[in-house]
Design a binder for this molecule. Structure first.
Ligand code: 13P
Length: 287
């Protein structure tokens, strides 16, 4: 059964660890992440961007697949199915499709409009037991065609959005999606501390988890980050393992062309990186 992310993230703030949001693209991704969470007794959040939702033919398909898979695999750890960087319309579609958590990303709207739309969606989500993440200060980099400039959120705006009753808050602190450039300045811990001071125990979300050094991750968790999103790193691990399989000519041996064999090394690689992140975030054994 899918659960909202509220309880697992409250527990994470109290226990000073973070729960990983791993983005899914297909059945293989979903299976690898769910199995890793179960094997390590860790709560987990499956993230679905609007682009990935479209790729998988729609949010209803995603929701049905994830629900059925948790049952068929006998998953007992808490699993939240979460819309990542949702638009206003996308949020409503996921609420209807049975997602247990959504992110409404109104960071590109003027703050008043972000507040108005977030407030409305908080009411709808909470009437259905769905958790809701909101965002202030766009995350930099590019994800599914959405480009942001590595912004840093205004702590006062964070407080205004937090006060709407959201369950967790994504605030830009110099983080970006995708690989970090050589000249990246690192996370802005001063702003993170100011935001934390204003919002108290509300769980904070760190987007762009790929490639952030371990010491920065640990410091961010100590300052109230309780959800960390990872997408690109799973893609890179999958790509590398798949490339190796083909370069070694394994697809040409026997039934090596069978998709279940061809995709197996990539699936194992996803399990490896997800476990590594769960260890770093401290969520192992916390289900
Ligand atoms: P990365 O692709 O950089 O890991 O970011 C993931 C993310 O923040 C999804 O919202």
């Amino acid at each position: 059964m899918l659960v909202s992310a509220t309880e697992m993230l409250k527990a994470a703030v109290a226990g000073k660890y973070a729960v990983g949001q791993f983005n899914i693209n297909n059945l293989e991704w979903t299976k690898s992440i769910l199995q890793t969470a179960q094997e390590n007794n860790s709560p987990v959040i499956l993230g679905v961007s609007e682009g990935a939702g479209k790729y998988m033919t729609g949010f209803k398909t995603v929701s049905a697949m994830v629900s059925a898979m948790t049952e068929d695999l006998g998953i007992t750890v808490p699993v939240a199915l979460h819309l990542d960087h949702g638009t206003y319309d996308g949020a409503y579609k996921c609420i209807d499709a049975g997602f247990s958590s959504i992110m409404f990303d109104g960071s590109h709207y003027p703050i008043d409009e972000n507040i108005e739309k977030t407030r409305e969606l908080v009411g709808v989500c909470h009437s259905k037991g769905i958790s809701i993440e909101a965002e202030v200060g766009a995350i930099g980099g590019e994800e599914d065609g959405v480009v942001g400039g590595g912004e840093v959120a205004d702590p006062d705006e964070c407080k205004m959005i937090a006060d709407l009753g959201i369950d967790f808050l994504a605030a830009g602190i110099g983080n970006i999606h995708g690989k970090y450039p050589e000249n990246w300045q690192g996370l802005n811990f001063d702003v993170l501390a100011q935001i934390k001071e204003k919002i108290g125990d509300l769980p904070l979300v760190l987007h762009g988890g790929t490639g952030i050094p371990a010491d920065m991750i640990k410091r961010a968790i100590s300052l109230g980050v309780a959800k960390i999103n990872v997408n690109t790193e799973c893609q890179l691990y999958f790509q590398e393992a798949t490339r190796k399989y083909i370069e070694e000519g394994k697809d040409l041996v026997g039934k090596g062309f069978d998709p279940r064999k061809l995709l197996a090394p990539g699936c194992e690689a996803i399990k490896t990186i997800v476990k590594e992140k769960m260890e770093l975030f401290g969520s192992i054994g916390k289900a």
